[in-house]
Design a protein around this ligand. Sequence first.
Ligand SMILES: [Zn+2]
Length: 294
Amino acid sequence: MPIVLPEGKRLAVCTSFDLDAWSIMLRMRAVGLLGPGNYGPINFSRGEFGITTAIPRIIKLLDKYGVPATFFTPGVIADTYPQMVKELHDHGHEIAHHGYFHECPASLNEKEEIDSFRKGVEAIKRITNASPVGYRVPFEIPQANELSPRTVKILMDLGFSYISQHMGPYDFKVSKVRDGDVYHMDKPPEFGKEVDLLNIPVNELIEDDLAYFLGVSTFYPKLDNPSKVFEIWKMDFDYAYENEPGGFFALVLHPESTGRAHRMVLLEQTLQYIKQKKDVWFCRMDELAKRWKN
Ligand SMILES: [Zn+2]
């Protein structure tokens, strides 16, 4: 079940951002993962940086290289910064779903989950005049990072075409999402049915937050050498380009992490490196999903 790339193209490249800003921290506080003394104006400003400073930098860089991107956007961020989200949309980027308040489906009851999806869809629709077709699961680290048993059906009922969160079964290839797996501890799992929802997997090993942010604690950024991060991204891209023709390579980024100066330099180096290959197709994830032949 391949994706059919445009003629002459060997590999798709998707640049994706999770526009979490401050929503992830406030959500973690709401579910008791952070105490009130751990979150106020100082830490809120980390998220504000991701919007106020990082987004204009990112828009400028993506414009410079003609790279369309996908922004997974919590509804509350769209409601707070509608002009910024409209600007991303006007620059040709995809606005995809990332919960309303960065809620993880696995921590919600049925009504809360449906409300979260609907509110998130409506917030995006008010800006783009279209329903989002892509979804990425917001993580409530370290408590919840999973789908609920209802999530796939909700996504399909709301007309989504893809989810970009699974970490397999492939890395540079898409597959159909399976719904209803049952995992046992004393016998083999029972596999659920494949449904018409595309799995565009992510690779945490090349995610910016893993390299930069999730260090000593939630609040103290890990300071990794950008040349080391570039080496990892480059080797993964090179492997995909050489060994997985017809597939895709995706970066998972966060404006509040990647928007810092030296990391913007790294992202630019990465785009320049990939651009040297003339048969690479830079695309949004919804464009990739449309190339899927069932
Ligand atoms: Zn997120």
